[in-house]
Design a protein around this ligand. Structure first.
Ligand code: ADP
Length: 502
């Protein structure tokens, strides 16, 4: 039985995993870099070990060092969270070889599904609907070009090892298709090489205005597989999700049956163990196509936890140590509606460029019924360029979608990370948009409604107050002598923020 788990991750997901470990009576070992002292995941853990300083490769991606720390701290298992080493088959194998439990799928499953070319070939054999395109090893520029001309523009060039939208390029319909294709291919290959050390690509028909709908699946070591319904993640910027919900507004019983059956067929084929997500694109006509499989816990797992009432991390731990899935398919119920927004340190008015700085105030008043905030930051923490821009995930649950949107709009007014520019008000504008309210969500939503989603200009008074914020922050001097002296000024800031949200 697992007694102690090392979490090979950081931020909100490390804290999230620790919460379940506590409930299960297991202890946690957290990792940190020297500059991360004081972040919640380093405080909340039972034990914390520093990886020193250096690049990601030298710290959170340093496989040997992490396994050595697990040994030294007598951890029996490693939970990789998401991102970082979570979909690294080599790491999973090394953890297994070291005699530790990897809280994730078998390394062979990661290998089989982690690569877009290989996983699409497998799905083709299984008869799962695929986006028209070409995916095979070692394709020449000529072959990729001729196939793209056959499919017809617009086409999407994708990195086989891709993730986070990196290495993707759309080539639109235009007179100079050939030159533009060759140029985009070069860019995609270069970006893929830099990000993943692998420049293989595939080409696909670019589906116009699709939805992103994914199925949460689970398998145990006894050959049982279930699904935990769908999440729709169509609201994206730069091919990355910012709002997720369950159920999907487009879902019908018939479509759900077909999509969940396709997802389970894939799981059975690879004898999948653990939590996984099968991602699909749903076209305007309601056809669905396999996109990829993520062999790990997903960032947006809270919406599934809300609508099923289950703890996905607890299920991961249970099946990793050989337990059977706790529920049969018929016992897993999808009830009510849940929405999650990703609060990110980024500038929606400037191409969503990541922002950094020190958070001097994290406020969420009191979270009300059906509201949850997963965050990896406290007041006084710094957001650095070394990690992703996620400040926190706010998720809400309500009996109906309309109620859920209303609840999220309210919850967003009460949550803020002052000191670092972020997308909170932008998310609120999406939530207020009539198309969102009508469930007309599709992956190019933010581009299509870019004008409607623009921030209103600030009045001169508001501008002045915004400019005064940093000074006010230092006067409030988080943790310093004068702490609290100007606390009465905070409500003014709140009111300004509230008035902006309407
Ligand atoms: P990554 O692994 O980089 O996240 P995915 O294949 O999961 O890449 O795709 C990410 C997003 O890109 C999808 O959610 C969707 O918005 C868009 N996308 C991917 N493939 C297509 C396609 N063929 N047509 C239209 N949009 C696509």
């Amino acid at each position: 039985m697992i007694q102690r788990v090392l979490i090979a991750n950081r931020g909100e997901i490390a804290v999230r995993i620790m919460q379940t470990l506590r409930e299960l009576g297991m202890s946690s070992v957290a990792l940190m870099t020297d500059e991360e002292a004081g972040l919640p995941h380093t405080i909340y853990a039972d034990l914390v070990v520093s990886l020193g300083t250096g690049t990601l490769r030298e710290t959170y991606l340093n496989q040997e060092k992490i396994i050595e720390i697990a040994r030294q701290t007598k951890a029996d298992a490693i939970h990789p969270g998401y991102g970082l080493l979570s979909e690294n088959a080599e790491f999973a194998r090394k953890v297994e070889t070291a005699g530790l439990i990897f809280i994730g799928p078998k390394s062979a499953s990661i290998q089989a599904m982690g690569d877009k070319i290989e996983s699409k070939e497998r799905c083709r054999r299984l008869g799962i609907p695929l986006i028209p395109g070409l995916e095979a090893e070692g394709l020449s520029e000529e072959k990729l070009l001729s196939e793209s001309q056959k499919i017809g523009p617009p086409v999407l060039i994708k990195a086989s090892a891709g993730g986070g939208g990196k290495g993707m390029r759309i080539v639109e319909d235009s007179g100079s298709f050939k030159e533009r294709f060759v140029e985009a291919l070069g860019e995609a290959r270069r970006e893929a090489k830099a990000a993943f050390g692998d420049d293989r690509v595939l080409v696909e028909k670019y589906i116009q205005n699709p939805r992103h709908v994914e199925i949460q699946v689970f398998g145990d070591q006894h050959g049982n597989h279930v699904h935990l319904f769908e999440r729709e993640c169509s609201i994206q910027r730069r091919y990355q999700k910012i709002i997720e919900e369950s159920p999907s507004p487009v879902m019908t019983d018939a479509l759900r049956t077909k999509m969940t059956e396709a997802a389970l067929k894939i799981c059975r084929d690879i004898n999948y163990v653990g939590a996984g997500t099968i991602e699909f694109i749903v076209s305007e006509k309601g056809e669905f196509f396999f996109l990829e499989m993520n062999t790990r816990l997903q960032v947006e797992h809270p919406v599934t936890e809300w609508v099923t009432g289950l703890d996905l991390v607890a299920w991961q731990i249970l099946v990793a140590q050989g337990g059977s899935l706790p529920l049969k398919q018929s016992e897993i119920i999808q009830r009510g509606h849940a929405i999650e927004v990703r609060l990110c340190a980024e500038d929606p008015d400037n191409a969503f460029l990541p922002c950094i700085g020190t958070i001097y105030k994290v406020a969420h008043r009191n979270l009300g019924p059906g509201q949850r905030l997963d965050t990896g930051y406290h007041e006084g923490n710094s957001v650095s360029v070394n990690f992703d821009s996620l400040l926190g995930k706010l998720s809400v649950y309500a009996p109906t979608r309309d109620h859920c949107i209303k609840r999220m709009r309210q919850a967003l007014k009460d949550v803020c990370f002052l000191g670092v520019k972020n997308n909170r008000d932008y998310l609120a504008r999406i939530l207020r948009h009539p198309a969102f309210a009508q469930g007309k969500t599709f992956t190019s939503f933010v581009q299509t409604f870019a004008k409607d989603l623009q921030a209103e200009a600030l009045s001169p008074e508001e501008e002045a107050l915004m400019l005064a914020l940093p000074a006010l922050a230092s006067e409030l001097s988080v943790g310093g002598d004068k702490k609290g002296q100007n606390a009465d000024k905070i409500p003014d800031v709140f009111e300004l923020v509230r008035s902006k949200l309407g």
